[in-house]
Design a protein. Structure first.
Length: 337
C-alpha cells in the first residue's frame, strides 16, 4: 500500500483526501490543517487522522475539542509521498521540510514551475514524473487544456492552439474574491499565464491564451480554436475525444446550456460536492472550418485536478504506468458519466 499524507485540507486537499482513501492501492496517513475550523472537524468525522500544520497552534485544536495525531513533521515522516495542497506560495516554504525527511512531494498549480523537477498532467506527460522528488500538478485550466490537446496532438498534429478563457471570479467559498459586477480582461496583455503553463507539459506546442474574469463561481469556460496539421471531419474529432475517459461530450439532447445546468447534472448523478472531474465539451460545438477545430468546454476548477494528483502519486513512486494508473483512478472515483 502507498502511504499518502496531505498537507492542507481546503478546497483541493479535502477532495484529494477522499480520492486517495478510495484507491485500492493507497492508504491515507492523515491530513494537516492550520486551524480548527469546520473542515478540521469534517476530517475527524471521516476518520482521517488530523495533524497540526503549525505546531504552535496545537493548543487551539485542544481548546476546540478536536483530537490531533501530532504535528505535520510526523505526517511527513510517516508518508511515502506528500500531497501539498496549501495555498499558493506555501508549498515553496514547505519544500525544505519534505526534503529533510526525504519524502517526495506533489504541489499544486499555484506554485511556480521552477520549484519542481517536472510539471504534471496524467494524459500529457505521465512518464516524465516517474522517480521525481518534486512534482507540480498543473492548474485546473492547464489540466483541462492538456487533456484536450494531448489526443489532438497525437492523432492529427497541432499547428497552433488559440484559447480564450472565461474565468470564474472565485470559488463558491472565496467570499473575498471578485469581480462583483464587472467583466475584466485578466490579464489585459497576451498571453495569460495558461499558455506558458501548457508549455510546461508540451514544450514545443504553439499556443496563445487570453483570459477574461467574470462574476461567477461555478466553472471556467474555454473557447478553443486548434489549427490541426491533418484535417479530420468534425465527427472524427467527436469519436476521438469521446474515447477519452476524462473528456465528457455533453449531448445536445440533454439541453445543458451552461455551467449551472452542468452542476445540476452532477448533483443529479450523486457526485460528491457536485464535483465534475471531467472536461465538459459541448458536443454540438465541435466543428471544423478548413484545418481549424472549434469547440467550447467547461472546467470545474475545484475538482478536475483531483484525479491528476492521484495519478501523480503512482507516477512518482513508479507504482503503475499511465494507462493502468488512470484506469484505477477512474474506477475508484467513478469518473465518466
Amino acid at each position: 500500500m502507498i502511504r499518502v499524507g496531505i498537507n492542507g485540507y481546503g478546497t483541493i486537499g479535502k477532495r484529494v483526501a477522499d480520492a486517495v482513501a478510495a484507491q485500492p492501492d493507497m492508504e491515507l496517513v492523515g491530513v494537516a490543517k492550520t486551524r480548527p475550523n469546520f473542515e478540521a472537524e469534517t476530517a475527524v468525522s471521516k476518520g482521517y487522522p488530523l495533524y497540526a500544520a503549525i505546531e504552535d497552534r496545537l493548543p487551539l485544536f485542544e481548546e476546540a475539542g478536536i483530537d490531533v495525531a501530532g504535528g505535520v513533521e510526523e505526517l511527513v515522516e510517516a508518508s511515502d509521498v506528500i500531497v501539498d495542497a496549501c495555498p499558493s506560495g506555501i508549498g515553496a516554504e514547505n519544500k525544505a521540510l519534505y526534503e529533510e525527511y526525504d519524502t517526495p512531494a506533489l504541489y499544486q498549480g499555484g506554485e511556480d514551475a521552477d520549484l519542481v523537477d517536472v510539471s504534471f498532467n496524467a494524459r500529457g506527460n505521465y512518464q516524465e514524473a516517474e522517480g521525481a522528488d518534486h512534482v507540480r500538478v498543473v492548474s485546473c485550466n492547464t489540466t483541462g487544456l492538456s487533456r484536450l490537446l494531448a489526443p489532438l496532438q497525437e492523432e492529427y498534429g497541432v499547428q497552433k492552439a488559440r484559447v480564450t478563457l472565461v474565468r470564474r471570479g472565485g470559488d463558491p467559498g472565496q467570499t473575498g474574491r471578485g469581480p462583483i459586477n464587472d467583466i475584466l480582461p485578466n490579464p489585459v496583455t497576451l498571453p495569460s499565464h495558461h499558455g506558458p503553463d501548457v508549455n510546461t507539459i508540451f514544450p514545443s506546442l504553439s499556443i496563445d491564451t487570453l483570459g477574461i474574469k467574470v462574476p461567477a463561481t461555478l466553472m471556467h469556460t474555454h473557447s478553443v480554436n486548434v489549427q490541426l496539421e491533418e484535417v479530420p471531419t468534425a465527427e472524427e474529432v467527436r469519436d476521438l475525444l469521446g474515447a477519452e475517459s476524462r473528456l465528457f461530450l455533453v449531448p445536445e439532447k440533454y439541453a445543458i446550456d451552461g455551467a449551472g445546468k452542468l452542476k445540476e447534472f452532477a448533483m443529479d448523478h450523486g457526485r460528491p460536492r457536485a464535483d465534475i472531474w471531467e472536461n465538459c465539451i459541448w458536443d454540438e460545438s465541435i466543428s471544423m472550418e478548413g484545418d481549424d477545430l472549434y469547440l467550447f468546454q467547461a472546467i470545474h476548477q475545484e475538482s478536475d485536478v483531483v484525479p491528476e494528483n492521484v495519478d501523480a502519486v503512482r507516477a512518482v513512486l513508479g507504482a503503475a504506468d499511465r494507462d493502468e494508473s488512470m484506469a484505477r483512478t477512474d474506477e475508484a472515483m467513478g469518473i465518466g458519466f
